[in-house]
Design a protein around this ligand. Structure first.
Ligand code: FAD
Ligand code: NAG
Ligand code: NAG
Ligand code: NAG
Ligand code: NAG
Length: 526
């Protein structure tokens, strides 16, 4: 559908139409291309990295890293061109030239931004796409690795496991997520209670700043290095690569994935989980998902799904579960021992027996339409509260809640150590997730409205003032910038970063005073 030449021509004309009142896109594009050619190094030609809309690969390249179909429609604004950098100098030229001709850039690594901010803008823009910069260099003797931003988490986990079955990295569970956006946004996964976030395990980084220079930790200084570990991509520069610290895992871990409906005692399970989960052994992570379901006689009910990773043997896990969440009545047969890399496949929903090479695939099983929101819970919820939450979930039907437990290592790291402020005192984080398959504005509006309705119903149980939110679950509803004033930035900035917002503004003002790197939720200057 997208590759037919007629739709390309159509898109090209609508592009010209959208942008012509604002700026002559043709001449800007021409001066940008001239600048790229004149600033790029002859030994690393940039011409092969450039896709203009009249190139038959333009739409396939654009679409291959769109992970939310809401932003892949005929009316979604398209870039004037895409630079698929193959060398660091291409990133430098793109930044220098875009700044020179006054074009906005959008930086894309894995394309998982829930609001499409890495590849959509309402102003004329180009995409700097980093998928070609994906080298991974694992060094077991020093327990470190260098990872380029265009690498995926699946590629990283595969590369680690190839060299050691006793090492891992505490990142997200979806293998196609890109290192670039995930690390800079404070990514997390099922090792969070033992080892914290990705950003708690980063030792160094290389960044291209607004003046086109490449800096590392030493040359960028501790302020900027602090800011890019959780302050978000797209505000400070283009991060090329990261030096990470690997973490240790036992050769055998244990997983389970079980569900219980309300009539099977799910309410007790949820109640016990949220009472104890942040205090349990940090080797244990249990994600809890609450969603609307159907009972035996077809009546509406609620279902709790628990997915776990335990860094240890099944006997020890059974002991902890029977003692602390007895109402789950977890059976030994529901638990599986395996290596860490197999647990990565298990958590990513691959069929039993799938080889680890599956983690190298950049195709997603399905790309649905998505909406996400987030919340943090610091106070225990009463049994009546949980009953009320079930009712709200069954009411909206379309939206599920995913509860991710905190505590453990997360409580030991200071709120100001990185821009990510949701640390000690957080019991768990909530993700609101709505996935749908039908195209069209009407369906989208209904789904998004359902998310907002459930978010409203949850307000008695979650943080307020600020109502804390997780940057990597990007949600444009928590605020957005049109003029990048401090006032506008504070609205979303304090939810994502609490008191760290002010320091992020200081860093931004120092390293990018002209606000070249920006998007709807970037850090403003003073
Ligand atoms: C299916 C799915 C599963 C997910 N699972 C998890 C999870 O388990 N844990 C979790 O924490 N999050 C998860 N996320 C959220 C994910 O971490 C964020 O969306 C993250 O920002 C994605 O990184 P990316 O490189 O793929 O995205 P992109 O869309 O490429 O980038 C996201 C943001 O970072 C900016 N950016 C990207 N690369 C760079 C760079 N090199 N330099 C500077 N700025 C850059 C972009 O401009 C954009 O603003 C998931 C998302 C999806 C869609
Ligand atoms: C499309 O762009 C790529 C990358 O610049 C180039 O290699 C290719 O030749 C172009 N194709 C056409 C038909 O122009
Ligand atoms: C495609 O677009 C580029 C950049 O605008 C231009 O230089 C080139 O001549 C165009 N090619 C064709 C075949 O139209
Ligand atoms: C996978 O299959 C093997 C062989 O049938 C079995 O022993 C193992 O328990 C299964 N693991 C899971 C997670 O289902
Ligand atoms: C920016 O926008 C806000 C409203 O969104 C407005 O109150 C403020 O005056 C604007 N600031 C500037 C400098 O334009």
């Amino acid at each position: 559908m997208w590759s037919s030449s007629s739709s390309i021509i159509l898109t090209f004309f609508s592009l010209t139409f959208i942008f012509s009142p604002l700026v002559s896109s043709d001449s800007v594009q021409q001066s940008f291309l001239q600048c790229l050619t004149s600033t790029s190094q002859p030994q690393f030609p940039i011409s092969d990295a450039i896709f203009t809309p009249n190139n038959s690969s333009f739409l396939p390249v654009l679409n291959s890293y769109i992970r939310n179909l809401r932003f892949q429609t005929p009316t979604t604004p398209k870039p004037l061109l895409i630079v698929t950098a193959k060398h660091y100098s291409h990133v430098q030229s793109t930044v220098v030239c875009a700044k020179r001709v006054g074009l906005q850039i959008r930086i894309r690594s894995g394309g998982h931004d829930f609001e499409g901010l890495s590849y959509v803008s309402q102003q004329p823009f180009i995409i700097l796409d980093l998928f070609n910069l994906r080298a991974i260099n694992v060094d077991i003797p020093t327990q470190t690795a260098w990872v380029e931003s265009g690498a995926t988490l699946g590629e990283l986990y595969y590369a680690i496991a190839k060299k050691s079955n006793l090492h891992a990295f505490p990142g997200g569970v979806c293998p196609t997520v890109g290192a670039g956006g995930h690390f800079s946004g404070g990514g997390y996964g099922n090792l969070l209670r033992k080892y914290g976030l990705t950003v708690d395990n980063i030792l160094d980084a290389q960044i291209v700043t607004a003046d086109g220079k490449i800096l590392n930790r030493q040359t960028m200084g501790e302020d900027l290095f602090w800011a890019i570990r959780g302050g978000g991509g797209g505000s400070f520069g283009v991060i090329l690569s990261w030096k990470i610290s690997l973490v240790q895992v036992p050769s055998t871990v244990t997983v389970f994935d079980v569900d219980r409906k309300i009539e099977d005692g799910a309410t007790d399970v949820v109640f016990e989980w949220q009472q104890v989960m942040d205090k349990l052994d940090e080797n244990l992570f249990i994600r809890l998902m609450l969603h609307s379901s159907k009972g035996k006689s077809g009546q509406k009910t609620g279902k709790a799904t628990l997915v776990s990773l335990f860094l240890g043997p099944v006997e020890k896990l059974m002991e902890i579960m029977n003692q602390n969440i007895p109402s789950l009545k977890l059976q030994r047969e529901e638990c599986f021992e395996m290596s860490w890399i197999q647990s990565v496949l298990f958590w990513a929903n691959f069929a039993n027996g799938t080889a680890p090479e599956a983690l190298l695939s950049r195709k997603m099983a399905s790309t649905p339409y998505l909406k996400r929101k987030s919340d943090y819970v610091r106070e225990p919820i009463s049994r009546e509260g949980i009953e009320g939450i079930w009712k709200a979930i069954m009411d909206v039907e379309k939206v599920g809640l995913t509860w991710n437990p905190y505590g453990g290592r997360m409580s030991e790291i200071s709120e100001t150590a990185t821009p990510f402020p949701h640390r000690a005192g957080v019991k768990f984080k909530i993700q609101y997730s709505s996935n749908w398959k039908e195209a069209g504005d009407e369906e989208a509006e209904e789904e998004i409205e359902s998310s907002r309705k459930l978010y409203e119903a949850m307000s008695p149980y979650v943080t307020n003032n600020p109502r804390e939110a997780f940057l990597n679950y990007r949600d444009i509803d928590v605020g957005s910038s049109r003029n990048w004033s401090l006032e506008e930035g504070k609205v979303y900035g304090e939810k994502y970063f609490k008191g760290n917002f002010e320091r992020l503004v200081d860093v931004k003002t120092k390293v990018d005073p002209q606000n070249f790197f920006r998007n709807e939720q970037s850090i403003p200057t003073r």
